[in-house]
Design a protein around this ligand. Structure first.
Ligand code: ARG
Ligand code: GLU
Length: 707
């Protein structure tokens, strides 16, 4: 199979990366022995067994998947857990009211009895992970079975493994995950705790300092943390919330280092990155960076501009749309960094060059033709897929249509339809501002009509557009006649009104769009995706055979990973350089009582005025390869002690989900010393520090180390 190697090497110069470059990579803890040599060479002083072991307590036992998409870490023998403020946000919000606005003012339990339970919140410890590829594929025959049959074999074998894995223990959950596009399967067994209580959260003016202006940016000064505690039954096992549950005693918790970090220091991140696609073809990268990202950015710009106009004009509207605006803005900014980063790195051209070499190498092998297969199916899929992305960003994001769909669904399926509709209506109308929704409808649907090829648009939409003459006229009728603009009418609906609801213009429009999405777009997209997935399995194997010396890491899938790197600044643009550490001085520079996101607590101003804290570090940058889901991850130093909490990346480096660039990819972490400072001096909750373990000698009571 290997032919013409020397010539090929010439061809490949600058194209291949025989080992993962620089600090790139999200490694499986169970296979960390493959990387431990490199980690130690870069300064790490622990062993592979210290990171992951099934025989003894290891660092993995101090890390959890927090909720459905963040990471958290244990910092005390009594189950104290740290994560980000933005990860705890919705729970903090649920405990908030006008009388107790914990989001705005912060929340500090003053003893354990003050800790607040959170319905629906779970944390999952990884008990073990193991390679089950052989078992999962038992009974699969490549020559006689197609992809569907393979799926059902995988599913049946996987289900059996999962049943066996959870049979013998309380709170166990298991899943079988495909890695490398199904070239390998791993079983992950978790212990899930569901009594997780809120212990502390800083005021938003610290935890979300800088808001969406600073989001994805450096210099950063956000104290993005919140504190929880895991409770267990009296035998230390997972249990549903009960007042007499007791703090959980973890197998392992992190010691905290107050020594701080300096440029060049080794850092390791242990957490759960959600999703990356590092091994896709140039076609996919081109689609993402030249079509999908720019189109979605433009659609969201329309919405954000409209939201901003009304939010600036009215403080009540600003509060109503704060959270919606944040989530629209979050991906909007990430995509900008991603598209620009891919263009800057010339990833499409680099992948094309790689693919030319791969094609030549693959001639006569099992991998011949796989790139053509992928290209063919992408060409079939992409117009439909793009239309589906338009759907999500336009019709599906019109709030009135969302309400109509939810109410129709509740009336036809809920056990107590009237109560369910009442709840929906209360939640909706509390935070809905008609002029924003109305103007967004016009802007988004006009973009839809203009930019989605006519032959792909839903027939119903084309008809009413023709009949009414303009999107604005459709909007006039929709917002003028739909009963869903009227809170009182919505709240009065009962099951008997279902037929009337179905005929409402909002329901009709949303149903037409949904039917089009499901019946016209998804069959093509789904069938193509199945073929694409199959081809990627072969292409992935091919890439591994093509570069036999390279150590590959599997794409992220919310399973536990290790990323290691070092503290490092970067140059965002010509003539500019950012050092890797920010300090309290920068908070004071940004402080502005007139701008909500920069209006720090008076207490912090007073502390600053007393002097001595301007060099207190707040955040730092490092080269760890992280992604969404790594929020809240522990940042460990060379001794495996906690020095920070990961919470973001710089936007110039967000293309690391597709291609990692050592010059621009930086994760942003909160310096643990700023957390300690805020807990003690802003929250007055120094009692929490007493149960943490520090690597430096404990300070005498009442004389805690000044930070
Ligand atoms: N950019 C971070 C992440 O991707 C933080 C998001 C929350 N903060 C915000 N200002 N929207 O999820
Ligand atoms: N804030 C992100 C999260 O919620 C982490 C940032 C990133 O994408 O790296 O997981």
């Amino acid at each position: 199979m290997k032919k013409n190697l020397p010539l090929l090497f010439l061809l490949l110069a600058g194209v291949l990366s025989p080992v993962a470059r620089a600090d790139e990579g999200m490694w499986l803890p169970a296979l960390i022995s493959q990387r431990i040599g490199d980690m130690q060479a870069k300064g790490f002083r622990l062993t592979a067994e210290d990171i992951y072991s099934v025989n003894q307590a290891s660092l993995k036992d101090a890390v959890v998947l927090f909720g459905g998409g963040c990471t958290g870490e244990l910092v005390s023998a009594d189950g104290l857990l740290l994560t980000n403020h933005h990860c705890g946000y919705s729970y903090i919000q649920k405990h908030s009211s006008i009388a107790h606005d914990y989001l705005k003012d912060g929340f500090w339990a003053m003893d354990r009895s003050g800790e607040l339970p959170n319905k629906g919140l779970t944390v999952s410890f990884l008990d073990r992970m193991e390679d089950v590829t052989g078992i999962v594929l038992q009974g699969y025959d490549e020559r006689t079975m197609d992809e569907r049959q393979r799926d059902s074999v995988v599913h049946a074998n996987g289900a059996r493994l999962i049943r066996q894995a959870v049979a013998d223990g309380k709170g166990l959950r298991a899943s079988v995950e495909a890695l490398f596009y199904g070239n390998a399967y791993y079983l992950f067994v978790y212990r899930v705790f569901s009594d997780v209580r809120l212990v502390a959260a800083p005021p938003s003016s610290i935890g979300k300092f800088g808001g969406d202006t600073d989001n994805w940016m450096w210099p950063r000064h956000t104290g993005d943390f919140s504190i929880f505690r895991i409770y267990a039954d009296k035998d230390n096992n997972p249990a549903e919330y009960a007042p007499d549950n007791v703090p959980y005693h973890p197998k392992k918790f992190f010691r905290i280092s107050r020594a701080g970090v300096q440029e060049g220091d080794f850092t390791m991140i242990y957490g759960c990155p959600g999703s990356t696609k590092e091994y896709v073809t140039s076609d996919e990268v081109r689609y993402v960076s030249e079509t999908s990202d720019p189109r979605k950015i433009a659609l969201r710009t329309l919405r954000l501009d409209i939201q901003k106009k009304y939010m600036d004009a009215d403080p009540a509207v600003r509060i109503q749309y704060a959270s919606k605006n944040a989530s629209v803005a979050n991906a909007w900014k990430k995509w900008q960094g991603e598209a620009r980063g891919i263009a800057r790195m010339k990833t499409v051209a680099a992948k094309e060059a790689y693919e030319r070499c791969f094609r030549q190498w693959a001639e006569g092998t099992a991998y011949e033709g796989v790139l053509d297969t992928l290209a063919r199916w992408y060409a079939i899929r992409n117009p439909y897929y793009l239309a589906s992305e338009y759907y999500v960003e336009t019709a599906r994001s019109v709030e009135l249509l969302q309400l109509a769909a939810a109410v129709e669904n509740a009336l036809s399926t809920a056990k107590e339809p009237s109560a369910a509709v009442g709840e929906l209506a209360d939640a909706f109308f509390k935070d809905w501002y008609l002029p924003i929704d109305r103007e967004s409808f016009d802007a988004l649907m006009e973009a839809f009509a203009r930019e989605v090829p006519a032959e792909l648009q839903p027939a119903f939409f084309k008809e009413i557009l023709k009949e009414k003459g303009s999107v604005a006229a459709i909007g006039d009728e929709l917002f003028g006649q739909s009963l869903f603009t009227d809170a009182a009418r919505v709240k009065a609906l009962t099951k008997a009104d279902l037929e009337q609801v179905r005929q409402d213009p909002a329901c009709r429009l949303q149903r037409a769009f949904y039917a089009w999405y499901k019946e016209e777009l998804m069959p093509v997209v789904g069938a193509a995706n199945e073929r694409i997935r199959l081809a990627y399995r072969r292409y992935m194997r091919g890439q591994m055979a093509f570069e036999p010396d390279k150590v590959f890491y599997p794409d992220a899938n919310l399973t536990l990973r290790v990323a290691y790197g070092h503290v490092k600044g970067y140059s965002p643009a010509d003539g500019a350089y950012y050092p890797p550490v920010s300090t309290v001085k920068g908070i004071i520079e940004k402080d502005n009582p007139d701008i909500y996101d920069y209006d720090i607590p008076q207490r912090l101003r007073d502390l600053y005025a007393r002097g001595g804290i301007d060099t207190q570090p707040v955040c730092f940058l490092a080269t760890n390869h992280t992604s969404g889901g790594n929020s809240g991850s522990p940042v460990l130093n060379a001794d495996g002690d906690l020095v920070g909490i990961n919470f973001d990346r710089v936007w110039e480096g967000t293309m690391s989900d597709i291609a990692y660039d050592p010059a621009f990819c930086r994760n942003i972490s909160l310096d643990i010393r700023y957390l300690l400072f805020v807990v003690e001096h802003i929250g007055g909750a120094g009692w929490l520090l007493d149960e943490m373990q520090f690597t430096d000698p404990p300070a005498k009571k009442g004389k805690r180390r000044a930070i």
